[in-house]
Design a protein around this ligand. Structure first.
Ligand code: AP5
Length: 221
């Protein structure tokens, strides 16, 4: 099963993606996570991506495409994958089609999690993430707080706020989504691959909707 998780910043792609990856035993491939890891490690890619990410802009397609092409060719993607945060514009969607064709694969379903802007800002401003790269658990100061303030429930490491989760940067990210990423709803609707999901509700409620859409489309009886 080859799945795309779409939706604006803060819609819950990562939250749902982690659950789906565990349920279906396929990898969650998040371009944002891969880029942040590169920034953290100070790689050449990270150095080139850092400024774009801090401004809330998209990292240039060339860099992201090279990164994703090699990732999708790795062995753990052989039986399927969940892409979170890619593609982000029409050029990336077209490049993905070409890459998957060369690997004798295709997209089975593009799920779009829909959440209104004021709720997105609330979710992003309150997001906290575990500093331990092996763990990476996510929390929200109001909706999903850790048991001990500032510490991860799973591994006890410190939590941090992402550099791009500041209100001004969030505004830029939402504008970039509207201008460059939202048109992909039409792109995948035209290919009969898009399914919109109402992203307002508890994480469990959204998970039930997402899972039902996948069962309906991808899981053979
Ligand atoms: P990326 O990391 O992909 O960020 P994003 O798309 O902005 O999405 P987020 O990770 O912010 O949100 P999410 O939808 O995963 O929400 P989450 O589940 O965490 O990209 C970051 C940057 O990298 C980009 O700006 C760009 O610069 C670059 N980049 C990445 N991919 C690129 C590409 N393809 N091309 C070019 N550049 C690229 O949830 C958010 C919060 O809400 C959490 O606190 C969570 O606990 C809470 N929450 C989740 N679900 C619920 C719920 N149902 N109710 C209440 N709270 C909830």
């Amino acid at each position: 099963m080859n799945l795309l998780l779409m939706g604006p910043p803060g819609a819950g792609k990562g939250t749902q993606g982690k659950r789906l990856a565990a349920k279906f035993s396929i990898p969650l491939v998040s371009t944002g996570d891969i880029l942040r890891a590169n920034v953290g490690e100070g790689t050449e890619l990270g150095k080139k991506a850092k400024d774009f990410m801090e401004k809330g802009a998209l990292v240039p397609d060339k860099l992201v495409l090279e990164m994703i092409e090699s990732r999708l060719d790795e062995d753990d993607c052989a039986d399927g994958f969940i892409l979170d945060g890619f593609p982000r514009n029409t050029a990336q969607a077209e490049a993905l089609e070409v890459t998957l064709y060369s690997l004798s694969k295709s997209v089975d379903l593009a799920l779009g999690i829909e959440v209104p802007p004021d709720e997105l800002v609330r979710r992003l401003c309150g997001r906290r993430v575990c500093t331990n790269k092996e763990c990476g658990s996510g929390y929200h100061v109001d909706f999903d707080p850790p048991a001990v303030d500032g510490a991860c429930d799973d591994c006890k490491s410190a939590l941090y706020q992402r550099a791009d989760d500041k209100e001004e940067t969030i505004k830029s990210r939402l504008e970039v989504y509207e201008e460059q990423t939202k048109p992909l709803i039409e792109y995948y609707t035209e290919r009969d691959l898009f399914k919109g999901i109402n992203g307002l509700g508890t994480v469990d409620e959204i998970n039930a909707l997402v899972t039902a859409a996948i069962d309906d489309r991808c899981v053979k009886p």
